[in-house]
Design a protein. Structure first.
Length: 222
């Protein structure tokens, strides 16, 4: 209760700065965000199925096997051979990635994100691009490559099947930068930071200490 009173006293005495500091951070964040390159998102979801003979159906083993295979595919997504297959797909992708393999790998990892769902064979892929059309084409090419050339990556032969179960889902508005979220985070950080600063600078008697000068409200004590 004492701590809440202390925080309340600090806010009453320094509310102008506690409000102004987050606003300044919010404006700066907005200014930076509007100059960041715009990226649209396209998402596809694929399902990896481990086939089993009818007389040896084990749901738990099948799920674990599919999860394992999904993990392999998620790693293969970032290999040079996979990226080359996507590049050479019939999707007519406008290829903007570097010709240098090392740079291309970094660019690909930045633009293409993958996530596996635990205890399933579900793999979710998200592609970011400055063009909605290109983001969709790349995500479609990735899904098609998994489906048509999956044996090349998972090594399970005909016992493994890869299916597209969702997408592509393309964002109507830019997915990056999220200006509203950035501003909200900046305001929150600014508010908490300013309040914490004055809280740490105030002693138990309510005096705000700065270097060798002690302030209380608008009064300076020598």
């Amino acid at each position: 209760m004492k701590e809440f009173r202390k925080i309340g006293n600090i806010f009453r005495k320094k509310w102008e700065l506690i409000v102004i500091i987050p606003l300044i951070l919010g404006v700066l964040t907005f200014g930076i965000s509007i100059f960041l390159p715009i990226k649209y998102s396209s998402q596809v979801t694929i399902l990896v199925i481990q086939k089993q003979p009818n007389d040896k159906v084990d749901a738990f083993s099948a799920a674990k096997s599919a999860e394992y295979l999904g993990g392999i595919l998620s790693k293969m997504l970032y290999t040079d051979s996979f990226v080359d297959d996507v590049k050479n797909s019939p999707a007519q992708i406008q290829w903007n990635f570097s010709s240098d393999l090392e740079k291309r790998k970094k660019e690909w990892a930045k633009e293409v994100k993958v996530r596996t769902v635990n205890n399933t064979g579900i793999v979710e892929v998200e592609v970011l691009d400055s063009s909605r059309i290109q983001a969709k084409k790349i995500s479609e090419a990735i899904a098609a490559n998994f489906i048509n050339n999956g044996q090349k990556y998972h090594g399970g032969g005909d016992n493994v099947e890869v299916k597209l179960i969702d997408g592509p889902i393309v964002s109507n508005s830019p997915a990056f930068p999220n200006i509203l979220l950035n501003i909200a985070v900046a305001l929150l950080i600014g508010f908490i930071g300013a309040l914490s600063w004055f809280y740490l600078k105030e002693d138990d008697n309510g005096y705000i200490i700065s270097n060798n000068t002690v302030f209380r409200g608008n009064i300076t004590l020598n």
